[in-house]
Design a protein around this ligand. Structure first.
Ligand code: ZN
Length: 230
């Protein structure tokens, strides 16, 4: 197969001349639709498997890396490999950590009586950024979704029940406002119901800085339901 050598601004190959053209005519560039090397194509394919990365962004990232010094690219590759080899789930809360027990679970300054249940480690980080929660977390790594075949065994819900000892007095369910989040909230409430533990859920409402008229009906209904005295 002939390998074209010119790369255009889109990261695609552009070669002059079609399959046939007149000797004295002006040759027009044509787009043959393929990348100039298999290794580039492979990296683009890999990047485009990442969430929110489309083909266009994948090509941009690939060509950016291609223009960086080899040491910098090696640093990227080594950091990713090191992270993948060393980061694991915390034995208690199941967030990602490079120790057996994460910093929050091992901290004596955190309230061990209250556990905030979230879907992903990034959700725990979002709660943590508020600076208003001093308890511990439990990461489910997903939510129940019967339609997609995701059941209780596929998320860390049994692990949550197992860590509910006499020390824990309250569970705060902070799952996403989706059908899956709702199903999971109801499931956990039912599982934990017989235990003597207070269960609460975070309120839903209108985001700061947004207009009421643009809020969807369900959000507005939830905001009214969760109204608080001024
Ligand atoms: Zn932990």
């Amino acid at each position: 197969m002939r390998r074209p050598s010119t790369i255009d601004a889109r990261g695609c190959c552009t070669i002059y001349g079609g399959p046939t053209f007149e000797p004295n005519s002006i040759p027009k560039p044509y787009f043959c639709g393929m990348l100039p090397s298999d290794s580039i194509e492979q990296v683009v394919e890999l990047f485009s498997t990442l969430p929110t990365i489309g083909k266009k962004t994948a090509r941009r990232l690939t060509f950016h890396l291609l223009r960086r010094p080899i040491e910098e690219v090696e640093k990227f590759a080594a950091a990713m490999r090191f992270m993948r080899e060393n980061v694991r789930e915390c034995e208690q809360c199941h967030t990602f950590t490079d120790k057996d027990v994460c910093g929050i679970c091992s901290s004596t300054k955190r309230n061990p009586y209250v556990i905030c249940v979230v879907e992903q480690p990034s959700d725990a980080m979002a709660v943590e950024r508020t600076g208003d929660f001093s308890g511990r977390y439990h990461i489910l790594h997903g939510a129940l979704s019967p339609v997609d075949g995701i059941g209780p065994a596929d998320i860390r819900v049994q692990e949550l029940v197992a860590r509910l000892n006499s020390e824990v007095t309250e569970l705060i369910l902070a799952l996403n406002p989706t059908v899956e989040g709702e199903v999971t909230t109801q499931y956990i409430a039912k599982m934990v119901g017989p235990l003597n533990i207070k269960i609460s859920r975070i309120a839903r409402g209108v985001p700061m800085g947004s207009d009421l008229e643009f809020a969807d009906d369900a959000t507005l209904a939830r905001a009214l339901e969760g109204r608080t005295p001024v």
